[in-house]
Design a protein around this ligand. Structure first.
Ligand code: SAH
Length: 340
């Protein structure tokens, strides 16, 4: 088993089963995530006998960087996993720090019509360690520290729920990578039962919902998941989340030319979200050569923004990264596959 798959709690349980004190787990964690060693031999404060059975029970697996595209403020990585599958991660340089966007699955089954990732159906879930390693490898390659992390790469995080929760534990843990809860955002297309489960996890991380439409009919056309978990129930679930956690929710809304960017869409969205402790992140669409959707004109984006603002809905427009690099989820992998 890959050592990077284990949360601190799981490692503690491992040591308890071995009749050892559980603080051994903390020591291992510090070696892995603070000192970043890559073998058990380097863990010099742990006795030989323990090192020996750790070596028997665990491996140090790796993921390989096979392509990299760089621009001034963005760097995109293509990774090869142990079974040959490929995933992506994107590092964005903001003035407030470095933000990493990680993948959670190989492919995706959600089938959102505008999304490149979904063109490849889900092959498998990523293991916890494969998510952790995206961060470790990029920090090592670029010699920098990541301050913010979003689960917005390839895949649907809540379709890989247990591994994603474990991953959040590892990166958030003080003894682990120690990223602050408020610097971590998990994004979902709206898998209602998992949002309900997430409410009870007691995690202080941010939740983002990919909304993309202000009504059921339009959302059905763009996001097949809406036929299972419908918009009215989704909004009810989000109300419950806000009530229980007292936290503000982000709604992501991609602006697609002539599809969901009209004045009446903005008014309907404002009405839908009225009174909710939330804000809307308007996303200029990243066009991809494989799909027919177009990015809204800048004037439309600003008009949409103004309508939400006038209706007292908190709103931001997402900064666009990586014009030169294939920035939308799944694009680098798709292009690389075509070239090779
Ligand atoms: N499955 C999760 C997380 C991955 S997608 C989710 O749906 O939230 C992360 C975000 O990128 C989502 O809001 C998704 O709708 C958006 N997205 C997908 N393709 C895009 C594109 N070409 N341009 C801009 N945003 C895109």
């Amino acid at each position: 088993m890959n050592i990077y798959n284990y949360s601190l709690k799981e490692l503690e349980q491992y040591f308890i089963n071995k009749n050892e004190k559980k603080y051994k787990a903390t020591q291992v964690f510090e070696w892995l995530y603070q000192k970043r060693v890559k073998s058990f031999e380097e863990m010099t404060n742990i006795k030989k006998e323990v090192i020996n059975y750790l070596k028997e029970d665990f491996t140090f697996e790796n993921i390989l960087i096979i392509a990299k595209q760089e621009d001034v403020d963005v760097c995109k990585f293509l990774f090869k996993l142990k079974d040959g599958n490929q995933i992506e991660a994107v590092l964005m340089k903001h003035d407030y720090g470095n933000s990493l966007c990680v993948s959670t699955q190989v492919g995706c089954n959600m089938g959102c019509k505008f999304c490149e990732s979904g063109r490849l159906k889900k092959i498998r879930n990523l293991e916890t360690g494969e998510m952790v390693l995206q961060l470790l490898k990029i920090e090592e390659a670029l010699k920098l520290r990541i301050s913010h992390l979003v689960l917005m790469g390839i895949g649907e995080p809540f379709d890989n729920y247990e591994n994603v929760i474990n991953f959040i534990d590892i990166i958030n843990n003080d003894k682990g990578i120690a990223l602050g809860s408020r610097h971590i955002t998990v994004s979902t297309c709206g898998i209602i039962p998992k949002i309900k489960k997430f409410i009870n996890e007691g995690k202080q991380v941010n939740l983002a919902i990919s909304l993309h439409a202000p009504n059921n009919i339009l959302r059905n056309q763009l996001m097949p998941i809406n036929k299972v978990y419908k918009l009215p129930e989704l909004i009810e679930t989000i109300k419950e989340y806000i009530k229980q956690t007292n936290r503000r929710v982000t709604f992501e809304y991609i602006l697609l030319k002539d599809i969901n960017d009209k004045k009446e869409n903005a008014l309907e969205l404002a009405k839908l979200l009225k009174g909710l402790n939330c804000y809307v992140n308007l996303i200029p669409y990243n066009e991809t050569s494989h799909l027919e959707f177009k990015k809204s004109d800048q004037s439309k984006i600003l008009e949409f923004y103004d309508i939400l603002k006038k209706n007292k809905i908190g709103v931001t427009i997402r900064r666009e990264f990586g014009k030169k690099v294939s920035a939308a989820c799944g694009q680098l992998r798709a292009n690389y596959k075509e070239e090779t």
